[in-house]
Design a protein. Sequence first.
Length: 425
Amino acid sequence: MSARARGGGLRRELGPFTATLFTAGMMVGIGIFATLGAATEAAGSGILVAMLLGGSVALATGISAAQLGVNNPTEGGAFTWARDAHHPTLGFIAGCGYLGKNLVSMSVIALAFSTYLGQIIPGLPTHVVAAAGVLAITGLNLFGIHLTSRVLIGLLVVVIGLLALYGGASLHAVDWGHLAPVLGNKGPIGLFTGAAIFFWTWDGFMRMAIMASEVKEPRRTIPIAVAGGVAIAAVMFIGAGAITLGVLGADEIGRQDTPLLAAARKGMGGWGTWVIIAAAILAALAEMLGDLLSASRVVLPMAEARELPAWLGKIHPRWRSPRPAVLALGLLSAGADLVFDLRPLIEVGGSFMLAWYFITHYSALQLPARKRLTSPIFSWYGIVGCLGLTVAMPHTAVLAAAGALTALTVGRSLLRRVISRRSSA
């Protein structure tokens, strides 16, 4: 039984304009605030090129996802698409990868949020505040997409305004020499490693395809939302990255967990601190909203297919929200915030995300020619890009993600064998 057939199922509410802003709102989040330091440490002054390199893989992935989403406008993303291509195990791996990525992502966002907040509240218990932030966003997500989408778009508008203010007011302090050499001085490996670390920031562009069962006219709306969302995010990422690089230089950014804050203090003075902290806090809230919303829409079909406990797939009849899924994800992410630190989580989250994207491209290549919107070259480019970024990702992060996915897949296989034997006994 599909999501649309369930009693009190999800409702199609997002048109092209709202979906585009919604997509941008899920992309222009805390990533630029949280990952720029780690990515620049790897790529040096080539960070802007590294951003665009990762962005090109993101765009190719978005094109693959759009093609799949318009052909199967239900929730679930690569979990559903791989199963459509008769690869249920790949679908399970994709679903676990996405949930792993989003659990890590929400934890990273909350930690970045509390790290920025700690700049103005000395002695703030970072991990406790991060966990509390996740729980607050979990509460808001219980009330469905109608309220969530409007809150998210409102936050996006304010964040864009604050980043534009940061760029304009800091322009006088930019040393254009800091932007050279354009390709960086750490070689191709450094460039690709920076792209791999920053790649996490691009996430959000394919969520309209994941949430296709809540999109009006999906064949028209999803491609518009993907392209428009990526374009808005690219302008904001490159603009903020260039200003920060110009003010601080690559070496100083690489030493910072809050580089935009340091650049604002140097370029804008004391009031710049408040501009960036406000932008970071609002961006964190927006991205946590989007992460939790889309992750719960992957839980739904996984629960329906009995890849997860069936009770996780229940939808609240009034708010049309998968409350058990939202609560489970929120509690797990809040727990992770009490245990882990920021930078290692960013890298592990990116590794989970690459597994999801790889399976998205593979699923798009299984579409017959008559169902494709574009040439398969975009999917092939995405596959090559995902493999390259995986190789460039810190190996410990890749091994952690691969180990978790392998353990889950083996556990699934063993559990199915036990159930099969009991059924035949």
